[in-house]
Design a protein around this ligand. Structure first.
Ligand SMILES: [Zn+2]
Ligand SMILES: [Zn+2]
Length: 164
């Protein structure tokens, strides 16, 4: 059956007048799901906006494609804040994880997501990236790896919820 998960995140960003680093959400994410193809719970899957399938990290390092996609990727930027709302559609079917002796659920028992951000340092003229994830100990502040300019602060974990 088709399941839909909504992922939300917001970051505090320094006001623009300062050295502009063009901080932006990269259109990809990593999400844990219970994968009925490899029949394992809590598998990390990789999704890219615009692609019609996702990649499950699989069991013992053997990746495989799975039926899931980023259905929406909406960014709202305010003066000192940037927010993301992403919607992931994926196919889920009940199974029993034999190795962990646990039934599959949607979403998975302990949902986890990693979101990626890119920026460009105007001094070093280098493009860089970092990620935020739902298991970080907060708050987390990111600074430019070249000039140490503050980029963003995460005060709230990204939210994950199953849409009805
Ligand atoms: Zn899988
Ligand atoms: Zn910089």
């Amino acid at each position: 059956m088709l399941r839909t998960i909504e992922i939300t995140a917001d970051l505090t960003t320094p006001s623009r007048g300062e050295v502009f680093h063009n901080l932006h959400w990269q259109k990809k994410l990593d999400l844990s799901v219970d994968c009925f193809i490899c029949e394992r719970i809590g598998r990390t899957t990789h999704l890219r906006h615009g692609e019609e399938s996702m990649v499950c990290s699989g069991d013992q390092g053997v990746q495989h494609p799975a039926a899931g996609r980023v259905a929406a990727f909406d960014v709202t930027s305010e003066r000192e804040r940037t927010m993301l709302r992403a919607v992931v559609d994926y196919w889920w079917a009940p199974f029993h994880d034999v190795e962990r002796d646990t039934p599959a659920t949607a979403p998975t028992h302990a949902p986890w997501v990693r979101l990626h951000l890119g920026y460009l340092c105007p001094e070093a003229r280098q493009a860089e990236a970092f990620s935020i994830q739902s298991t970080m100990v907060l708050p987390v502040s990111e600074t430019c790896s070249h000039c140490a300019h503050p980029l963003a602060t995460t005060t709230r974990s990204p939210g994950i919820r199953l849409l009805p």
